[in-house]
Ligand binder design. Structure first.
Ligand SMILES: C[S@@+](CC[C@H](N)C(=O)[O-])C[C@H]1O[C@@H](n2cnc3c(N)ncnc32)[C@H](O)[C@@H]1O
Length: 223
């Protein structure tokens, strides 16, 4: 079973042209184990079947990695300079932990209001030896950042996500919201203070479902 899941992960990563090392695949498989083990105690996700966790959580999160990497590269940071990302309402670590494994040059802070979820994320950082991952127990509204990227998946409407996380944004920062089908209604509801600059379709290996990233940035001067 575990060998089949690993194969599925490797094939999915290949389809996404992610070029993951064996150590990164090990970390993702270890994360899947942790998620299964602690889900029974912490109730981290409604998805309980390991196969479904692979497609609906790991591969689904992995599908956003090429877009994230591209954006991080476009920031043009100097060698050794880190990128700071906040993942809002990470729950069991999705997509935050997957991003931390696949983008070691990015420091990922995962915030959640539920203490046991933030504790699980801290535990995952230690177990997976991810020095770029941190779990934070807080409401996103209370964070000041500054972060270069603020992401979420299955969190809230675009209006609530951008309103609640705005104080965490660095001046040049962007929002990366992972959504199902193109959320036109949510985009229409955004005020003049938020600009949607790209809606990027995603393909999840092994999952026949519509997915996209809504890329947004704050507009400070709305005159
Ligand atoms: C539906 S879950 C999504 C979890 C994960 N992102 C995923 O894709 O599986 C939403 C999470 O947001 C957290 N949450 C809700 N309001 C929040 C807030 N204001 N600040 C931080 N986390 C919040 C909840 O505790 C919950 O874990």
């Amino acid at each position: 079973m575990s060998a089949d899941l690993r194969k599925q992960l490797e094939q999915g990563a290949q389809a996404l042209q992610l070029n993951l090392s064996a150590a990164q695949v090990d970390q993702l498989m270890a994360f899947l184990d942790l998620l299964q083990k602690w889900n029974k105690v912490y109730n981290l996700t409604a998805v309980r079947d390991p196969q479904e966790m692979m497609t609906h959580h790991l591969l689904d999160s992995l599908a956003a990695v090429p877009a994230l990497r591209r954006h991080v590269q476009s920031l043009g940071k100097a060698a050794g300079e880190r990128t700071a990302q906040l993942d809002v309402g990470s729950g069991g670590g999705l997509p935050g932990v997957v991003f931390a494994v696949c983008c070691p040059e990015v420091d990922i802070h995962c915030v959640d209001t539920v203490a046991k979820k933030a504790a699980f994320l801290q535990q995952a950082a230690v177990a997976l030896k991810l020095t770029n991952l941190r779990g934070i127990h807080a409401r996103v509204e209370s964070l000041s950042g500054p972060y270069d990227i603020v992401s979420c998946r299955a969190f809230a409407s675009l209006v609530d996500f951008t309103t609640w996380s705005r104080t965490a944004m660095a001046p040049h920062a962007v929002w990366l919201a992972m959504k199902g089908k193109h959320p036109q209604d949510e985009i229409d509801a955004l005020g003049a203070g938020v600009q949607v600059f790209h809606v990027e379709p995603l393909t999840v290996p092994g999952l026949d479902a519509e997915r996209c990233i809504v890329w947004m940035k704050p507009v400070t001067d709305t005159l």
